[in-house]
Design a protein around this ligand. Structure first.
Ligand SMILES: Nc1nc2c(ncn2[C@@H]2O[C@H](COP(=O)(O)OP(=O)(O)OP(=O)(O)O)[C@@H](O)[C@H]2O)c(=O)[nH]1
Ligand SMILES: [Mg+2]
Length: 499
């Protein structure tokens, strides 16, 4: 059932009406159910899928975002199943088999990830698992863990592909995607492109963020690894192929963030113990995984203690912790945890998730709704001339928020001719640096109405001149007109707030 409508934007309200009309028009067909499902989820949190190749660090990053160890990493059957993590009133796990009814199943969690009991079911007989978990972090975003793409088992890979890039007549179930890549391989670009096609675009610069994952490994675990990762990410950010496909590229060391969020006192004490050993000894140990686990040490840590530390921290995490403890920058486990999270890049990702996804929730939901109606209509050419088809076209063409998203796509595709400075300003106005008015107008946070009015007026004049200039190309003047509308909207709101 649809939850009681919260504060929907006018566009989302219109799209809900369209969905209801479409449900009527498709009554008694397979499309009816799909459209109903889309309508039902309008008031739910935004659904963000975490995708990427095998062992890219997807489940670890999901745990870091939730702040708990939930999703199984490394081994286990469940890493091969699409798993949803939703905010819930109670702890509950439901398994949806490929054949048969969904059923609630037992789960347990000792120390570490959730272990779901599939009973007699094999992993390939499971369509999806839904985990309801009371968690503040899941209030605004539902997170979806997907199995690795291009895995050894093509079957598992196919499962992710069909979830993220469904058949022509079925819109994707995710509203947005975090795409993890360890390094930029050809297949990463192929993958993003597979679900980037003009109309049924599932991932576009609008709803995808690329993550340079396991960022701590980029500099071979050296202390400046995260700085190296930031430089690599900045390069990718300016790569036209990446710009076409994702809103931004952020370096994140998920393991560091996950362990920071779940750090145990005993682990901190083990690191303190290790930090007491002579520097030459620890330097030598940190040269490789093998030396760290099996090398000689004057500390009391056994090989298995060290192996456990490595599992939780990685070489970089151990090196960083020893450095922070040794130089007295941290003296408690709480301080170490905070510093690990700060350096992991998690805060940057959380901010991007809010500004790029959560704050655009209504627009992205509206977009998902329109895509669903469009997909349904494609399966029924006889309805091409129907009222639903006409409404779809009218709403798609006239909604300013959607025009903004489309313009952003065009800019990212390199289809708008303008000077680099103007491109940067266009993108900012469209919200790529954050969707607040201050972000869009490049004003300091919390500007007063007068400052907003002045900046919006100046921007409006600028884009009006560009729109009317005989020197502007056709694409640039269309872009300028859309930006004028954006400025007018900001101006109207600011003027209204002064009355
Ligand atoms: N050093 C380091 N290791 C990481 C990081 N993130 C994940 N790992 C390790 O990489 C391995 C795979 O991590 P997962 O989170 O299970 O990766 P995944 O993408 O979910 O893997 P599949 O679901 O099997 O495709 C684990 O051993 C993690 O500990 C990271 O940021 N840094
Ligand atoms: Mg996984």
């Amino acid at each position: 059932m649809t939850a009681a409508p919260t504060h929907r934007s006018a566009l989302l309200e219109t799209v809900c009406t369209l969905l209801s009309d479409a449900i009527e028009a498709f009554r008694g067909t397979a499309q009816e159910q799909q459209l109903q499902a889309v309508l039902d989820r309008v008031d739910e949190p935004l659904r963000v899928a975490i995708a990427g190749k095998v062992k890219a660090g997807k489940s670890t990053l999901l745990n870091a975002l939730v702040g708990e160890e939930l999703a199984p990493t490394d081994a286990g059957e469940c890493t091969r199943i699409v798993t949803w993590y939703r905010n819930g009133h109670t702890y509950r796990v439901v398994v949806e088999p490929t054949v048969g009814e969904p059923r609630q199943v037992p789960f347990h969690r000792d120390e570490g990830a959730l272990e779901v009991e599939l009973g007699a079911l094999d992993h390939d007989e499971v369509e999806r698992i839904t985990v309801d978990w009371p968690s503040r972090s899941l209030e605004r975003l539902t997170l979806i863990d997907t199995p690795g793409i291009a895995s050894v088992s093509t079957d598992v890979s196919a499962k992710s592909h069909s979830f993220l890039t469904p058949d022509e007549d079925r819109a994707t179930e995710a509203d947005a995607v975090l795409y993890l890549m360890k390094h930029l391989h050809a297949t990463d670009i192929d993958f993003l492109e597979a679900f980037h096609d003009e109309e049924v675009s599932q991932a576009t610069p609008v709803n995808a963020i690329a993550i340079l994952s396991r960022a701590d490994e980029i500099g071979s675990g050296r202390l400046d690894s995260m700085e190296s990762a930031e430089r690599v990410a900045a390069r990718y950010r300016n790569n036209p192929n990446v710009r076409r496909l994702a809103q931004t590229v952020l370096p994140v060391a998920g393991l560091l963030a996950q362990t920071g969020s779940t750090l145990r006192e005993a682990e901190f004490q083990a690191l303190v113990e290790l930090s007491r050993a002579p520097v030459e000894e620890t330097d030598d140990m940190l040269l490789s995984v093998d030396r760290f686990i099996n090398g000689r040490t004057s500390s009391v840590l056994t090989s298995s203690d060290r192996e456990m530390l490595l599992d939780r921290f990685g070489l970089y995490g151990v090196r960083l912790s020893l450095h922070l403890i040794g130089s007295n920058q941290v003296s408690t486990s709480t301080q170490l945890a905070a510093e690990m999270i700060r350096r992991s890049g998690l805060h940057g990702l959380q901010a991007a998730l809010l500004s790029h996804f959560a704050d655009r929730r209504d627009t992205l939901k509206a977009r998902s709704g329109l895509l669903a109606v469009e997909a349904a209509l494609r399966s029924r050419p006889d309805l091409a001339g129907s009222a639903v088809a006409a409404d779809l076209e009218r709403i798609s063409a006239s909604a300013h928020e959607l025009n903004e998203l489309r313009l952003l796509n065009l800019i990212r595709a390199g289809a708008v001719t303008a000077k680099p400075d103007d491109i940067a300003e266009m993108e900012r106005l469209l919200g790529t640096s954050g969707t607040s008015v201050a972000d869009r107008l490049a004003l300091p946070a919390g500007p007063d109405a007068a400052a907003v009015i002045q900046a919006a007026q100046a921007a409006l004049t600028k884009w009006q001149r560009k729109a009317e200039s005989p020197l502007s190309t056709q694409d640039a003047s269309v872009a300028a007109r859309i930006l004028m509308r954006t400025c007018e909207g900001i101006l109207t709101d600011a003027l209204a707030s002064t009355n």
